[in-house]
Design a binder for this molecule. Structure first.
Ligand SMILES: [Zn+2]
Length: 89
C-alpha cells in the first residue's frame, strides 16, 4: 500500500515534468527522480500500519501536502535534468 504515495508522486511528477524545460521523462530519469522523492518523503510517511496508511490517504487529499510534494518533485526533476544517467539530448 506504499503505492498510495508513489501514485500521488507519479501524478505530480508527470504534471511537472511536462512543464519543466530541458527535463527528460524517459524511464531511467523518471526512476531516478521518483527514487529521490520517495527517499526524501519516507521519513514522514514511515509506518506500514493501517492507521499510517489511512493518515497518508487523508494527507494526500490536502492541497498543502500536494504543494509540499510538488516542491520535492520539482527539486528531483531539476537534479536529474542536471545530471542524467545518459548523455543529454
Ligand atoms: Zn532521460
Amino acid at each position: 500500500m506504499k503505492n498510495l504515495l508513489e501514485g500521488a508522486v507519479l501524478g505530480i511528477y508527470e504534471e511537472l515534468v511536462a512543464k519543466t524545460p530541458g527535463a527528460c521523462s524517459c524511464e531511467s530519469c523518471r526512476e531516478d527522480a521518483l527514487a529521490y522523492v520517495l527517499n526524501k518523503t519516507r521519513p514522514r510517511y514511515s509506518g506500514g500500519t493501517d492507521t499510517g496508511m489511512a493518515l497518508i490517504a487523508l494527507d494526500l487529499q490536502k492541497d498543502q501536502t500536494r504543494a509540499q510534494l510538488a516542491v520535492i518533485v520539482l527539486d528531483a526533476i531539476q537534479r536529474v535534468a542536471a545530471n542524467p544517467r545518459h548523455p543529454k539530448r
